[in-house]
Design a binder for this molecule. Sequence first.
Ligand code: KIV
Length: 295
Amino acid sequence: MASMTAPAVAARKGSGEPLVMITAYDAPSARVVDAAGADMILVGDSVAMVVLGYDDTLQVTIDDMRHHVGAVARTKPQALVVGDMPWMSYHVSREETVRNAASLVRAGAGCVKLEGGKKRVEAVQAILDIEIPVMGHIGLTPQSVHALGGFKVQGKQLDAARIIVEDAIALADAGCFAIVLEAVPDGVARMITDSIDVPTIGIGAGRHCDGQVLVWHDLLGFAAPDRKAPKFVRRYADLELTATDAVREFVADVREGRFPSSAETYHVADQLAESLGLYGGMTTEPSGLTQDASA
Ligand code: KIV
């Protein structure tokens, strides 16, 4: 079991040490996030957009999420693995909701996250009932992209702000151990952070949250050319450029005969080479030659 747990996350409220959550979707990204010391790894349904090339998050299924949660969990991180419940995995019935949540835990998640406020209280309670901790997610909820009319900042008007605060209180009262606040004005985030006794984790919600979350690809500079990074993204590297430069060098090395070198090649032993006539003027490599992988 990871050393970070949902109760340990909840206990950080008011500690003055901000929580850090970063998304990861596979083993290499999970290893990096964990080695960097994040408290939580979110296997987010954002995988749909940043890895799988979809325009929104509605395309991924519970099977997709299980696949990615498994890849992250098999790295045995110290961080808490948060399995994101995709659209339609907690909307149909109580039974489907709990089975889907349980399947993410069986894949290795230590808790699940779902989107929505008051109207999700029943789903939250059903999942808590089978002993799985739940993280809430309100404000801009990407699974509601069509209902919201796009990926827009939420809670800018008084009524909308009030609803978001009420949603946060309802989720905290229902038993969520933490709540993601996405794309809400900082004043609204502050009011929520001050009103509930579980941590708020902000993304585009300003500094008055108990923690922050960013998407791996945004943080590291892997961005699709047609996807403009939101203003709250701080880019700490430009890995897409770095990777392209490295791969371009490989392409050039192959084309110009610099790869592979002798040191990067398995060689036949001298005696075998001799009996095969390799030193005797053969110009083509004999087919079916078995290589000694240790040589
Ligand atoms: O799926 C995701 O990456 C998320 C974060 C934006 C919080 O839900």
